[in-house]
Write a protein that binds this ligand. Structure first.
Ligand code: AVJ
Length: 329
């Protein structure tokens, strides 16, 4: 009889995650990239966030889209005559918000090709189910792509123009220079007549901003802390959740909400899979997210700087959230 030595079960380490965590935790101040939030549990927590009374972003943008989707689609479709729109979304779809735009395109042209781009195959599969089943006439063509690295789009068909959606203020996670790089990258993938619909959260009263990122029910705190649960699971870590506090800060000089995890005391944490030990001082923070807030007119200016012509801009009655259409001439 042969005895086979079974190595201790060790999680399969994803290199992209390993290097982001290694670099981020070694830098001062320590940081972790916000894309790490979105494992299965994190995506569910984010869905819960979008329904919180304090998290005005999703429902405000949804209101803007509900009121103006037809106008947005009409403007995107018509420049130099009417084109059929193909709708390409950066990210795997934002549920009812995307649906409002697809429904408007359906009203205009009867059928529509919808192309969500995302790094996550499972997120794309869910989007395909959701959209494909709920709106007959929409053909969903999902593509696995890290659009922050490169955007390679097959050219839209003859007589067809592409409308790229980048809604939900997802752009707010990027530093201003990275955001501009991304917009230019999108523009480089488009041709004359194509457009980009950009949704951005606007600067408002500080108390409202802070509440949106530090809700009474503690869902955002759980979303932030889930990052540590993920590192424990995927990198064999021993973070003690109770030993870190959720912090949301308004950085007025940079016009951004920051989220941090603050070490409640001096402690040592081990990430077995990286053979890494980190000593946290009491009060030391890990910066986990920036969520930039823009001034009125700023999104239009960014679109213009990236080479788009500003074709339309919509906001809610309180001026909390803006959706802007940039077009390629
Ligand atoms: C998905 C990046 C738009 O910044 O508001 C929600 C993520 N972070 N609550 C945002 C988030 C904390 C969200 N974005």
């Amino acid at each position: 009889m042969t005895t086979i030595a079974v190595p201790a079960a060790r999680p399969q380490v994803d290199e992209r995650i390993a290097s982001a965590v290694r670099d981020g935790l070694a830098s001062r101040p320590r940081r972790l990239p916000p894309w790490l939030f979105y494992d299965h549990a994190g995506s569910e927590l984010f869905e819960q966030i979008t329904e919180l009374p304090e998290y005005y972003l999703t429902r405000t943008e949804r209101g803007v889209l509900a009121a103006h989707a037809d106008a947005m689609i009409a403007l995107a479709a018509q420049s130099e005559g009417d084109g059929r729109l193909r709708i390409t979304e950066l990210g795997a779809g934002s549920a009812e918000k995307t649906r409002l735009l697809l429904a408007a395109a359906m009203r205009r042209q009867g059928t529509v090709l919808y192309e969500p781009l995302d790094v996550s195959p499972s997120a794309l599969a869910a989007a395909r189910e959701r959209i494909g089943l709920e709106i007959p006439g929409v053909t969903v063509v999902p593509r696995v792509m890290d659009y922050t690295q490169r955007l390679d789009l097959e050219p839209a068909g003859v007589g067809e123009r592409r409308l790229v959606l980048y809604i939900g203020s997802s752009i707010g996670n990027f530093e201003p220079h990275e955001a501009m790089r991304l917009l230019r990258q999108v523009r480089a993938g488009l041709k004359a007549g194509d457009g980009l619909l950009l949704g951005v959260d606007l600067v408002k009263d500080e108390a409202l901003l802070l509440a949106a990122y530090d809700d009474a029910a503690g869902v955002t705190a759980a979303f932030n802390g889930n990052l540590l649960i993920r590192l424990n699971r995927e990198l064999a870590g021993n973070f003690d959740l109770e030993a870190f506090a959720h912090r949301a800060v308004w950085n007025a000089a940079q016009s951004r909400i920051e989220m941090h995890l603050e070490s409640r005391g001096a402690q040592r944490v081990r990430l077995e899979a990286l053979e890494l030990e980190i000593d946290f001082a009491a009060g030391e923070t890990v910066h986990t997210e920036n969520s930039y807030k823009y001034f009125a007119g700023q999104a239009e200016a960014m679109l213009a700087e990236a080479g788009f012509t500003s074709a339309g801009s919509w906001t809610d009655a309180r001026g909390w959230f803006a959706v802007c259409l940039g077009r390629m001439e």
